[in-house]
Design a protein around this ligand. Structure first.
Ligand code: AMP
Ligand code: MG
Length: 494
């Protein structure tokens, strides 16, 4: 049967419909990007182009880099910087807003999906405070690969279309190159987008924004008399689910401030994030997070704390009882999702013994500094026959007996469930990735790119879009991280 392909569009004929720009001026500041001179394309993501119905051949045009370096404005765009506030490391900052990102507009594709075109690094805005409005090549590559890697793993996230760089000098710890990232998401509204008005004591804008978000992104709630508490409950549930997904895959966000929390429950704002190498429950990926507020094992609690901030900001729209009820969903939702995901990683059907098996395993992985991703990928090939020592797994543990005792309990459970090795392996190969975006991999791509070779960015993009596949030509990325990986430090500097 013939498939229907959407008509492919040129840059000049993207189907803009800028709903956020139609909100009152209170919510944003209109302005155009400050162009970067002499732009050049670093990387282009055809999968993201498809989301916009954009013809991938458009990347061949010289205008492509000019549009995304802010030198030209896409017809139909209505650029603006979004206003928001946020709790940063526990402290409320009354006004943040996009200090270096400009929402160009929203493209509605042939499937009716709405995508924000958000240009990060587009120059100063009224919300830049002391910042220069720029982003650098390093941080843009990290965000680009981070988002696309999460997407490849099936975790809700912002996407990205391209990276464009320039010879414009930007000053960080060293001189770097001004770069833009064209980020995509159904919405960039954050918890902080509501908080800004709560702390100003303005109830009406909270209602306007809530009605807008519900109409655009939760239309099934729009006609309900209790739409606001339902909306809150849904954000709470999605946030709990996202935290479970981060924990299960071993992702640490690094800066879970409420201005980085999406109203859609998607991963947003990739800064000093990190995927676990060896399992370390207290892993702190952000070198600037001295207290470990956003340590790996704190993320579920911080997610709960953050939705409480959102509930407070929405409090003018509902009773205390309704808000409390919505928040109460979090804990059970998190545990349910997490157990479900971890059972899938173990190739088990959810069962009463699962929680203990998971706790025992994580304790042993932590104590033995076992590589999280490699352990689970090897577990796909676990053999239930007691005569088989499962050496590839066993050898990952300094204390072999720690593995043996756990493996005995695991085997018992598999046998109880009638699990077949071959079938389980095939199933788990689609759940436990062979590849994740380890810090050192991003670092290699960055160092090459800074020297003018962008090939590793594209190679990793391709790899991480299909992290469950074999990719024999890139097998070296499936192994242990090199020793120098431990010395990489990532901070908020971007
Ligand atoms: P982030 O830590 O990237 O989530 O940023 C927190 C806030 O600082 C947001 O309002 C950003 O837009 C703003 N910001 C970060 N870097 C810059 C910069 N170089 N110039 C202007 N604003 C920035
Ligand atoms: Mg942010």
């Amino acid at each position: 049967m013939e498939r229907d392909f959407p008509p492919l569009r040129k840059l000049e004929t993207l189907n803009f419909d800028n709903a956020y720009a139609r909100l009152p001026d209170l919510f944003h500041a209109r302005l155009t990007p400050t162009p970067l001179s002499n732009p050049h394309l670093v990387s282009f993501n055809p999968d993201a182009a498809a989301l916009l119905d954009l013809d991938p051949a458009e990347v061949e045009r010289s205008e492509f880099a000019e549009y995304f370096a802010g030198q030209r404005l896409l017809p139909g765009a209505e650029p603006l910087a979004m206003l928001y506030a946020g709790h940063q490391f526990g402290h409320f900052v009354p006004q943040l807003g996009d200090g270096r990102a400009i929402l160009l507009g929203e493209v509605v594709n042939s499937r009716g999906e709405r995508w924000d075109l958000h240009l990060k690094g587009a120059g100063e805005t009224p919300f830049s405070r002391n910042g220069d409005g720029r982003a650098v090549l390093r941080s843009s590559i990290r965000e680009y690969l981070g988002g696309e890697a999460m997407h490849g793993l099936g975790i809700p996230t912002t996407r990205a279309l391209c990276i464009v760089s320039s010879d414009v000098e930007v000053y960080r710890e060293k001189v770097e190159r001004g770069t833009t990232l064209l980020r995509l998401a159904p919405s960039h509204v954050r918890f902080g987008s509501f908080e800004v008005f709560f702390y100003r004591g303005q109830a009406e804008p909270i209602r306007i924004l809530a009605d807008y978000v519900i109409a655009q992104h939760y239309p099934e709630l729009a006609a309900l008399p209790d739409k606001y508490p339902r909306f809150l409950r849904e954000v709470v549930r999605r946030t709990a689910r996202l935290m479970a997904q981060w924990q299960a895959v071993g992702f640490a966000h690094g800066v879970m401030n409420t201005d980085n929390m999406s109203i859609l429950g998607i991963t947003l704002d990739y800064g000093p994030y990190g995927f676990l190498d060896h399992f370390d429950s207290g892993f702190i990926c952000n070198h600037s997070d001295h207290q470990g507020r956003y340590a790996f094992d704190q993320q579920p609690n911080i997610g709960a704390w953050n939705v409480t901030c959102l509930a407070q900001a929405l409090s003018p729209l509902m009773t205390v009882e309704a808000a409390t009820e919505a928040l109460a969903v979090y804990q059970a939702a998190f545990v349910t999702y997490y157990i479900e995901l971890m059972c899938a990683k173990l190739g088990l059907a959810p069962c009463a013994e699962a929680a203990q098996l998971i706790t025992d395993l994580l304790e042993r992985l932590h104590a033995n500094r076992v590589d999280y991703t490699i352990f689970f990928r090897r577990l796909n090939r676990f053999q239930t026959d007691v005569a088989v020592p499962n050496a590839a797994l066993r050898d990952l543990f300094l204390d072999r007996s720690a593995f043996d005792t756990w493996a005995q309990d695991y085997r018992t459970q598999l046998l109880r469930q009638g699990s077949q090795d071959a079938a389980r392996e095939a199933q788990m190969d689609r759940i436990n990735p062979k590849y994740i975006l380890r810090n050192y991999m991003a670092q290699i791509a960055i160092e090459k790119a800074e020297a003018g070779d962008f090939s590793e960015v594209d190679r990793l993009l391709h790899l991480l879009h299909a992290p469950f596949d074999a990719h024999p030509e890139l097998e070296h990325y499936a192994g242990f991280p090199p020793d120098w990986a431990q010395r990489i430090e990532v901070s908020c500097s971007s």
